[in-house]
Design a protein around this ligand. Structure first.
Ligand code: P6P
Length: 342
């Protein structure tokens, strides 16, 4: 039987890869582990415990109908961050404003966390994989004071940790500290995350494209339509067969499959969402950090996602992310039409 490496053991073994004190990383990830185990338990029984399904009866700052599990997950992660003292503040998709913890122990924390506690929540009631996405920065305001807005508006290149938890056929935690990407599968029988996908690398090319084709006529850049038509095309002389369309409607699930198999995920600008739909701070930046560490690429069609300086907490950007050559192919087609769509 192969040796089991738990997430905690891995963090200790690799703490030299983390630019700051290893104990801090261990604390940060232990709070994420704890909350994700609790959320995983609720997600896995949601079909039975009907009180946890359905709408919370209010909208979040995005104007999206909050699900009961959205609120539950948000509460669990914020409580876990507050309890362990390394985090001075949290910005969450589910809250209009960032939360700067009042407790002195927290104000001595050196990190802020930006999180989408339960992404893809429209899939909860139909038993499709959903996920948590998190991004961690060192604060830029003085330790011992309350977190300020500027702590949460740093460009993605300043992230120190990024990752996601996918609640699917199994619950997995995938993260990076800038020294590669590693995946851990939750073993319910022993209650720990175990290393299952060491040093994840996305294939440079792939045959999967992930996009909501219902927006086909709404994309503001003709190059996106051109790319989709090319994916669908057949050219026996070039040995080209059509690509495979795979779109779950849950970023974490589409991203995770493409990370393993190769592929490209697109959420470009549309007439209804001219800035795109996905949020820069707690969806695009953490996924961009992960994909670059796995050898892939993430842009908004023109700019490297991680070099965009956020202006607002819930800022949206278009996202093209995945296998390097596929992302560049999309970019090239978009740029050929950029002047037209500008
Ligand atoms: P659409 C979920 O709301 C999400 O933020 C991502 O997880 C997902 O990829 C996307 O939006 C789906 O959006 O407009 O295609 O339903």
């Amino acid at each position: 039987m192969s040796k089991i490496t738990t997430l905690d053991q891995f963090i200790v073994k690799k703490q030299a890869d983390f630019a700051f004190a290893g104990g801090e990383l261990s604390q940060l990830l232990s709070s994420i582990q704890l909350a994700s185990k609790i959320v995983s338990r609720e997600v896995n029984k949601a079909g039975l415990a009907h009180h946890i399904l359905g709408s919370a009866g209010k909208e979040n700052v995005q104007g999206e109908d909050q699900q009961n599990l959205d609120v539950f997950a948000d509460d669990q992660f914020i409580a876990a961050f507050k309890a362990q003292g390394e985090v001075c503040g949290v910005a969450s998709e589910e809250n209009d404003h960032f939360i700067a913890f009042d407790e002195e122990t927290c104000q001595n924390g050196k990190y802020v966390i930006l999180i989408d506690p339960l992404d893809g929540s429209s899939n909860i009631d139909v038993n499709v994989s959903i996920g948590t996405i998190f991004s961690i920065y060192r604060r830029i305001t003085p330790v011992g004071t309350k977190a300020q807005k500027e702590d949460f508006l740093q460009p993605g290149i300043r992230q120190v940790v990024a990752g996601y938890v996918i609640y699917g056929s199994s619950t997995m935690l995938v993260y990076t500290t800038g020294a590669g990407v590693n995946g851990f599968t939750f073993d319910l029988s022993i209650g720990v995350f175990c290393l299952s996908h060491p040093n994840m690398q996305i294939p440079v090319q792939g045959k999967i494209y992930s996009v909501n084709e219902g927006n086909f006529h709404a994309f503001t850049n003709e190059g996106v339509r051109e790319y989709i038509r090319w994916c669908q095309s057949v050219n026996p002389n070039e040995g080209k067969k059509p690509y495979t369309a795979r779109y779950i409607g849950s970023l974490v699930a589409d991203f995770h499959r493409n990370l393993i198999k190769g592929g490209v995920y697109l959420y470009p600008a549309t007439q209804n969402a001219p800035e795109g739909k996905l949020r820069l701070n707690y969806e695009c930046n953490p996924m961009a950090f992960l994909i670059e560490q796995a050898g892939g690429k993430a842009t908004d069609g023109k700019r490297r996602i991680m070099e965009i300086t956020p202006g607002e907490l819930h800022e949206r950007v278009p996202l093209i992310i995945g296998s390097k050559e596929m992302v560049e192919d999309v970019e090239n087609r978009m740029n050929q039409h950029a002047e037209v769509s500008a």
